[in-house]
Design a protein around this ligand. Sequence first.
Ligand code: FUL
Length: 447
Amino acid sequence: MEFKEFLKSAASVKPSARQMNWFDTEFYAFVHFTVNTYTDLEWGLGDEPESIFNPYDLNCDEWVEAVKSAGMKGLVLTAKHHDGFCLWPSAYTEHSVKNSPWKDGKGDVVRECAEACKRGGIKFGVYLSPWDRNSKYYGTDAYNDYYCNQLTELLTNYGELFMVWFDGACGEGPNGKKQVYDFDRYIALIRKYQPNACIFNDHGPDVRWCGNEAGQARRAEWAVVPTELCYRCDVQTGPGPLAEGADLSFMYNSDQNIGELNNIMYSKGLGFAGSEIDMSIRPGWFYHEKEEPHSLDRLFRTYINSCGANTSFNLNVPPMPSGRFDPRDIQRLKELGELLENSFGESKKVPCTVKKIDTGSDTQCKYEIELPEETDVRFVELREDLAAAGQRIESFRIYGDDGCKYYDYTVGHRRLCWMKTKTKKLILHITSARDEVVLRDISVYKA
Ligand code: FUL
């Protein structure tokens, strides 16, 4: 394929409606809760007695309020983690809440959480670990049936789900065997019962893993990626100009250049899979009393570097053994919400007029952003119109009256440019794009 034609085809790869819905959800919570909460472990062994699970003071409305105070718009609960213990009374195992002392075995954390999310007006999703260290079926074909049965329970009994999160971890079961996960079958079930739910998986189809658990987006985060990596996505293009005889089988989610030109040129096809940053508010995914929440500064920077870097942000908050959130975490979430409001709230938004400057080029264009008066500018927010036109911008710069104040790579769903300039005018200079630039929004926020 000719190079320019290939660039245009890469620029035309588009998200599905459910992917746009996920992108717009942006910031949501993970809640890691299981027997580990009572054993102080990160990975349960699978032989924990059900009797240790007793969230005697469970309050999912408090979870939802805390999550909302940070500005999050959804919550994904670990319905089953690697230890195999189910937070709902699954009909397919005895290893669940139904054999715990909590509510005399009549409780259902998934239901309480789903209902609290609904009451609080946020979206609800589930994590169902494919790796199961408890199930006797693990490592055999029967396990895929077992897993699909459990997945069906979650897909059909708890209302609308916005996300189903598949952990890639694949270790040994109690019998020492490893499992071949039948993801095609799991995905078909989700599409059947919850067609609007986005599926998170290392290889697509909807959302891919960013490649680390430290909250780091890459310098250039593309949602348009080789289907050699995200082979569960639909292929939306022809092969790249150097695809013949090429091999991208080495690609992994933690590679730095996913979606960059030096990699997509060799691809046999491209698909759409945005990246999610998943990180815990504390060092561990599960609650450990000795751990402290991360600093406000770290969480704020991670927000800028995820929601503001073309990924979503899935921030984990682990409940305590009582079933409540730790007051230290509740406080940190509130502080984060206040700081976000104080940075990107309506009161900080500067009304501007944006004019495209004629440069004679669609792929290297300039916009003049006129402010009403000289302003201490702290953030510029850019969005490409992904739904209408796909992801196109390769690099850009922003100038204030006092020269170049910011330069960066991709924009995509949303780019937050953290800057410091006192100016009456900004110039946004798109220095490289794959095709004609189509912006959804440009906003300016004052200090
Ligand atoms: C990993 C798991 O092993 C961790 O326990 C945690 O659930 C994290 C989100 O994914 O693969």
